[in-house]
Ligand binder design. Structure first.
Ligand code: SF4
Length: 234
């Protein structure tokens, strides 16, 4: 008898075309994250103690019904790499014929290293210049894990996108250029700058952003594209 993966899943998007490029996918949202980014809009997924919304049996039933209909399953969060049962779940889902996508902020580099051989695509949230991570995450030295994870991803050869959520109260032109320089030095080739969705974000002082002067700064975007040509806006 095989044991079920131990996962805490706080939500499911049964169908999406935007969470794994060029793939039809479903997203499983992992419960729990130790960081507290002010712009986080998945605040209901931050608490590790909340009872999972879906049991593994329910997830497995869903997956069986979607075999042949979906290309991939994406783990998002919260922070998926903090789930002890993630590798078991990934292996199980791969055996069912799905590709695997992962959205991560690189919070647990050791677990990411074990997962990478079984991943098909990673969306890596890169928050700030690595020395300044705490200004976004609220957690001292959080940039160290992110840097280690970023290096592992780049070395692995797994397809990826690095993306940065841009809020002008948390990042400025200088910080974005410093970050892009660092990413270019690491060898990052695909980069996305995301406009910040502020309607339900964690820090109420960041809400209701009417104009994002960084995303609309053509000179800045051009300078970032000079560093990483495949930079897009979302
Ligand atoms: S790392 Fe992601 S899930 Fe965690 S607080 Fe930041 S935005 Fe939210």
């Amino acid at each position: 008898m095989t044991t079920s993966p131990v996962l805490s899943i706080g939500g499911l998007t049964p169908f999406t075309t935007i969470d794994f490029p060029n793939h039809l996918a479903a997203v499983l949202f992992c419960q729990g994250c130790p960081w507290r980014c002010g712009y986080c809009h998945n605040t209901h997924l931050l608490d590790f103690q909340i009872k999972p919304t879906l049991s593994w049996e329910e997830i497995d039933n869903f997956l069986q019904r979607r075999q042949g209909l979906l290309d991939a399953i994406v783990f998002s969060g919260g922070e998926p790499t903090l789930q002890k049962g993630l590798l078991d779940a990934v292996l199980h889902i791969r055996r069912m014929g799905f590709k695997i996508g992962l959205h991560t902020a690189g919070i647990n580099s050791k677990r990411l290293a074990k997962l990478l051989p079984y991943l098909d695509w990673v969306g890596f949230d890169i928050k700030a210049p690595f020395d300044d991570y705490a200004t976004i995450t609220g957690v001292a030295n959080s940039g160290e894990q992110a840097l280690e994870s970023a290096k592992l991803l780049l070395e692995s050869g797994v397809a990826y996108e690095f993306r940065t959520t841009v809020h002008p109260q948390l990042l400025n032109e200088k910080a974005l250029l410093a970050l892009a320089t660092c990413l270019a030095d690491l060898g990052v080739q695909r980069y996305v700058l995301q406009d910040c969705r502020t309607t339900h974000c964690l820090d109420s002082s960041l809400q209701n952003l009417s104009h994002n002067e960084l995303i609309s700064n053509h000179k800045l975007i051009k300078a970032i594209r000079a560093l990483i040509p495949q930079t897009s806006l979302r």
